[in-house]
Ligand binder design. Structure first.
Ligand code: IPE
Ligand code: IPE
Ligand code: MG
Length: 240
């Protein structure tokens, strides 16, 4: 039996290249990306992942061409309307993580409704990072503490961050071949295992998730300790 990470976070990258390879507009890649995400949520629930966090739109993605940005906003609104009732039926709790101020009223209302509708679900926590940036999160947490006149400690900052409702990710996956963080979970990924794959996000299926988790299962997480300190004693080691 593989060791299933409790919290999996994913940088869903490569939609544009997937579309361009097929002579399609980039937004067609994002649409296909929503289908891949739908399958990913279902598979994570099925195999016992407790928390899934995905990077859907970064603070920096506003710099893309206007038609792609509006296409992504529209896609979020459409996907929420279509998928939330099904996610609700599957016991998925939705959290929106990011700066809502710049989003349209329609999108803001859709997000608030999705969160309210699914608030008591417990099978899988699903965090959608939209208009999110790791630096924004650290800065907004610090600003919150400052406004309350509180001391800035690691614990206080962690508690004021947008992902304070879940433990730090165990595994961070990035599809699309780039090996960088792109302002994703800067604070929370301090001790996450990182997994990079050349697969483009629309091609990232259940088998690809299993492959990432199999790779994760072979890692030794030391958190600053030595291998001898964290490795199980030979007597307690499972025979394969
Ligand atoms: C990731 O795919 C989705 C978003 C950033 C919204 P990209 O759109 O970045 O795809 P590539 O990297 O251009 O292939
Ligand atoms: C990261 O992908 C953001 C999301 C997946 C939402 P990008 O494609 O925007 O990242 P960079 O700009 O290539 O680093
Ligand atoms: Mg990209």
């Amino acid at each position: 039996m593989k060791h299933i990470p409790h919290h999996v976070a994913i940088v869903m990258d490569g939609n544009g290249r997937w579309a361009t390879k097929r002579f399609l507009p980039r937004v067609a890649g994002h649409k296909k990306g929503v289908d891949a995400l739908r399958a990913c949520v279902r598979h994570c629930g099925d195999i016992g992942v407790g928390v899934l966090t995905v990077f859907a739109f970064s603070s920096e993605n506003w710099n893309r061409p206007a038609d792609e940005v509006s296409g992504l906003m529209e896609l979020l609104a459409v996907a929420l309307a279509r998928e939330v009732p099904k996610l609700q039926a599957e016991g998925v709790r939705i959290h929106f993580v990011g700066d809502r101020a710049r989003l349209s009223e329609k999108v803001r209302n859709g997000l608030a409704q999705a969160e309210a509708l699914t608030a008591t679900n417990t099978r899988l926590v699903f965090n959608i990072c939209f208009n999110y940036g790791g630096r924004w999160d650290i800065a907004q947490a610090a600003a919150k503490l400052a406004a309350q006149g509180r001391e800035i400690t690691e614990e206080a900052l962690a508690g004021a961050m947008a992902l304070a409702h879940v433990p730090d990710p165990d595994l961070v996956i990035r599809t699309g071949g780039e090996q960088r963080i792109s302002n994703f979970l800067l604070w929370q990924a301090a001790y996450s295992e990182l997994y990079f794959t050349d697969k483009l996000w629309p091609e990232f299926d259940a088998a690809a998730i299993d492959a990432a988790i199999a790779d994760y299962s072979r890692r030794e997480r030391r958190f600053g300790r030595t291998s001898e300190q964290v490795a199980p004693k030979p007597s307690s080691r499972k025979v394969a």
